[in-house]
Design a protein around this ligand. Structure first.
Ligand code: PLP
Length: 437
């Protein structure tokens, strides 16, 4: 693929920091996707963020569509979130004892999100999912979990499992260090395939504790499922006395305050949250009916705990962020802004005859080099990622930062102004012209 004659931006400082980081961390990073393995160059080391802009160690400035992988729905350095955090820090960083701030954040959530009645705060999305799985198993007294190929649920042992061969299979571990016995309890099937779901329940009657799905699968492209399919999952789980877990770590408070559960008009049994809920601080949560949550320790027999759970500074950040999302019209405005951005890009690509499709839901988008509607992981053409790789570099050279993998989605925040989006659109148009040269 040809590339532009535009000179590459200087990334010397980032490259030097990365060299140093390689001495300290495996692969130089503290989370693998940051390592720029599927795009050009070494990771950008970010120095500062404000609004929708980030600056790297070399002083380059970017319109940020990664937004810390989703949490920053209000952009960087939001003054209200910051004020809440500073005020909380003044009183101490952590007590390992209850604080009023936990009540305040829970009240804010539960009085505006009728999909759950009680919740438990944890410190990451992974922890939320891990705990939800344990709760589902404890509640149903069954062991097997059904997950979908293409959904990511954090680095939970029993979910680091990929599909084997065949329609309904026990998975194979997708990470070394996950015991085969864990994978044996996980059934993996394709998304958007009712027959596979029915076959799984037929094959393992009375054994499946829960079906877990991302609110909208958004970790392997944006694989938007139909409402009818999601409602089918609700019905089939109910019929089989199995629980439906919605992993809303990305979609929670993103698609709307009640997330994908409201978007699809379903009532999952357990919902997991992360990212936005903590305003950029490490927070996750899982919630359900009071009856199901009554099985969690110390009320019930499903053990789950955390030294830093409900950390006051993190709770304050969550309150600062979520209270702003409840302002009338917040989501309507954000989603309309995102829709018009995405439509404009799609129109440009269509007019040029490019094989390029933008998948979108609310303020999330995914650039795919395809002309097909993609709803399952196997429908993604891995070779199309070569185009993304070039696009990523061209965008960096034009001041736009996307997550460094073509399988990752982009996020639009309240802080993206019309001028920022116009600048980004121009960069995207020019980059597409180069990709398709
Ligand atoms: N579930 C989903 C849907 C996610 O997207 C992620 C992370 O991206 C997780 C769980 C894990 O969350 P965390 O990275 O906070 O552990």
């Amino acid at each position: 693929i040809n590339t532009t004659s535009l000179p590459d931006i200087s990334r010397a400082q980032s490259a030097a920091l990365y060299e140093t980081a390689l001495h300290y961390f495996p692969g130089g990073v503290n989370s693998p996707v940051r390592a720029f393995k599927s795009v050009f160059g070494t990771p950008l080391f970010i120095k500062k963020g404000d609004g929708c802009t980030v600056w790297d160690a070399d002083g380059n400035q970017f319109v940020d569509f990664c937004c810390s992988w989703g949490p920053l729905i209000l952009g960087h350095n939001n003054p209200v979130v910051k004020q809440h955090v500073l005020q909380a820090i003044d009183s101490g960083m952590s007590f390992g004892a209850p604080t009023e701030l936990e009540n305040d954040l829970a009240s804010l959530i539960l009085s505006n999100n009728k999909k759950i009645e009680k919740l438990r705060f944890v410190s990451s999305g992974t922890e939320a999912v891990m705990s939800a799985i344990r709760l589902a198993r404890g509640y149903t007294k069954r062991d097997k979990i059904l997950k979908f190929d293409g959904c990511y649920h954090g680095h939970v042992d029993s979910l680091l499992v990929k599909a084997g061969s065949g329609l309904v299979t026990f998975g194979e571990t997708s990470s070394a260090g996950v015991p085969k016995g864990f994978a044996d309890e996980t059934i993996v099937i394709p998304l958007n395939d009712k027959e596979a779901v029915k076959a799984a329940f037929d094959q393992f009657p009375g054994q499946i504790a829960a079906v877990i799905i991302e609110g909208i699968p958004a970790n392997n492209g944006l694989l938007i499922q139909t409402k009818e399919y999601i409602q089918f999952l609700r019905e089939v789980t109910k019929t089989n006395q199995s629980l439906l877990i919605f992993d809303e770590v990305i979609t929670g408070f993103r698609l709307g305050f009640e997330g994908a559960a409201a978007y699809y008009d379903v009532n999952p049994d357990i919902i997991t949250y992360g990212k936005i809920i903590g305003g950029g601080m490490p927070v996750g949560a899982y919630g359900a009916s009071a009856e199901i949550m009554g099985h969690v320790s110390p009320e019930g027999s499903v053990y789950q705990a955390g030294t830093l759970s409900g950390n006051p500074v993190a709770m304050a950040a969550g309150i600062g962020q979520l209270s702003q999302l409840l302002q009338p019209g917040f989501y309507k405005k954000l989603n309309a802004k995102a829709a018009s951005f995405v439509e404009c890009i799609q129109e440009f690509a269509n007019n040029r005859g490019y094989k390029f499709k933008v998948f979108t839901a609310g303020s999330m988008f995914w650039f795919a080099f395809t002309d097909q509607n993609i709803q399952a992981a196997a429908e993604i053409d891995a070779s199309s990622m070569t185009y993304f790789k070039v696009m990523h570099r061209e965008l960096l050279n034009r001041g736009v930062y996307l997550g460094p993998s073509g399988y990752e989605i982009g996020f639009i925040s309240d802080a993206h102004t019309a001028a920022d989006l116009d600048k980004a659109k121009k960069a995207i148009f020019d980059s597409l012209d180069i990709v398709f040269l």
